[in-house]
Design a protein around this ligand. Structure first.
Ligand SMILES: [Zn+2]
Length: 105
């Protein structure tokens, strides 16, 4: 088995955290708008900010899922661009990295 069990556990934990945060954001977005007009404007700009956060959370969750998929399929730790082995230290620092430092630069 690969030596990525610890990283897989961290990715799983991160995914759970992202899912929990996304749920919180969605709960906020579902709240009805305030009847008071100035408040409504604030709610709307809040919603825009929340939608942005939601997109960021989704993008990171997708990266984490892709990394877990690479661990499952045995391609994790191999640069998606040049095929070189990605140093373990880089994966520790950035578990979702799909490329070696040279290709990511
Ligand atoms: Zn590379």
């Amino acid at each position: 088995m690969s030596g990525y069990a610890d990283i897989a556990a961290r990715l799983e934990a991160r995914l759970a955290e992202l899912a929990a945060r996304a749920q919180g954001v969605e709960a906020e977005l579902r709240q009805p708008l305030d009847d008071d007009l100035p408040e409504q404007a604030i709610d709307l700009s809040d919603d825009e900010a929340l939608t942005g956060i939601d997109a960021v959370l989704r993008a990171e969750a997708a990266e984490v899922r892709a990394a877990l998929g690479r661990i499952a399929s045995g391609t994790y730790g191999t640069c998606a661009n040049c095929g070189a082995q990605i140093p373990h230290a880089r994966l520790e620092a950035q578990p979702t990295a799909a490329r070696c430092i040279a290709c990511a630069a």
